[in-house]
Design a protein. Structure first.
Length: 374
């Protein structure tokens, strides 16, 4: 699932308008009450279908002249590791980006996996602004049963109440978001509204590099495998009977290609990927178990993003390029974040399987990359 607490708290109360809300006492204490999760029984949506959404990064200038303008003397950014993750500490407000800079942001997370932006006023601009900001990048995902701010079902809310306490077993799960949908997420934003001073970080893992390190022979042996992904069981156990749109089960290639970089990544979640299709259960478990072991056993491919000490932090990542997990190593603090989840193309293993428009855009982008290198 995601960063925790899609589960509806038992303390929530249903109003006469059919909207389930957290108790009044939570609203009084919350730093951002308009962002508290609600569950509207009257709000129903159809199941997600395959979307056609050429990634905005395909339109970007590979030299980043708009996002990282040379004239921006305030810009302060560092690479978190040589190849995975970048942190912008000053000089950029996501809320002020031009369309060309937004395209470069989409390219940035495709190329670097994720980007951390500190001191963002996006956090304070409320659900309507954030929804319109996210929609620039493509259609937004609507979660089957997760809490959403009232009137804005396009957000997935992470809300862990203070009294829940320390329980790491309940939430740790390495995953890619919403992999059960027919078209799965690309660029994704998580904004920290309220959280512990220390802890509650998010772990990112480079699933592209995990794949790239396999021998060519082993890569060949993974060709053609597809896995089944589902949130049907989760909707029954975590939804407390609330369903906003139907849960889904879909099959996706175990290795998927990125339309911008044309690089391949492993594509599965620990909890929401049931099995590799066409294999017996024990055969499937051997392969998935080996892949899980490779994902967790290479610490140089793991990065822990700290939230606590920096106000207004927004983390942006590409769900095709990396895996992530919440880290519930804190207690005596609420944790409250909002997620904007943009849907990408239907996952495919090989470049030839991308639709014609995306293939053409991707080839043109690679030509621009080659020109920019000369
Ligand atoms: Fe997540």
């Amino acid at each position: 699932m995601t960063e925790n607490i899609t589960r509806i708290p038992n303390t929530s109360v249903v109003g006469k308008d059919g909207i389930k809300r957290l108790p009044e006492s939570v609203y009084k204490k919350a730093k951002y009450p308009e962002w508290l999760p609600t569950w509207d029984e009257n709000e129903k949506f159809p199941a997600h279908e395959i979307v056609h959404n050429p990634d905005r990064g395909l339109f970007a200038d590979p030299l980043y002249p708009n996002l990282f303008s040379k004239s921006n003397k305030e810009l302060k950014k560092i690479d978190i590791t040589p190849n995975f993750g970048v942190e912008v500490q000053a000089g950029i407000q996501l809320s002020q980006l031009s369309d060309a800079a937004k395209d470069e942001l989409s390219l940035l997370v495709a190329e670097k996996g994720f980007a951390v932006f500190r001191h963002q006023d996006l956090i304070d601009k409320g659900p309507k602004f954030n929804k319109e900001f996210g929609e620039y990048f493509g259609p937004l995902h609507i979660h089957s049963f997760s809490g959403a701010p009232e009137g804005h079902p396009q957000f997935h809310m992470v809300y862990r109440p203070e009294e829940l306490g320390f329980n790491p077993d309940s939430v740790h799960s390495i995953h890619t978001d919403c992999n059960w949908e027919p078209s799965t997420p690309s660029i994704t934003f998580l904004g920290m509204l309220e959280g512990p001073k220390v802890g509650g970080d998010t772990l990112f893992i480079d699933s592209q590099e995990v794949y790239q390190r396999f021998s060519e022979t082993f890569k060949k042996s993974l060709e053609g495998y597809s896995a089944l992904h589902s949130n049907v069981v989760a909707s029954q156990t975590n939804g407390n009977g609330f369903i906003r749109c139907p849960p889904a089960t879909n099959s996706h290639p175990l290795v998927r290609i990125h339309p911008i970089t044309q690089k391949k990544s492993l594509y599965f979640s620990y909890k929401f990927t049931d099995a590799i299709e066409g294999l017996k259960k024990d055969e499937s478990e051997v392969i998935l178990g080996f892949l899980r072991q490779k994902i967790i056993s290479q610490p140089d491919l793991h990065v822990r993003v700290r939230w606590g000490e920096e106000p207004g932090t927004v983390v942006v990542w590409d769900n095709r390029r990396c895996l992530h997990s919440p880290l519930a190593d804190f207690e005596n603090s609420a944790r409250h974040c909002y997620r904007i989840t943009v849907l990408a193309e239907h996952p495919v293993e090989n470049f030839e399987e991308l639709d014609d428009e995306i293939k053409e855009l991707s080839q043109k982008f690679q030509e621009r990359v080659n020109i920019s290198k000369n």
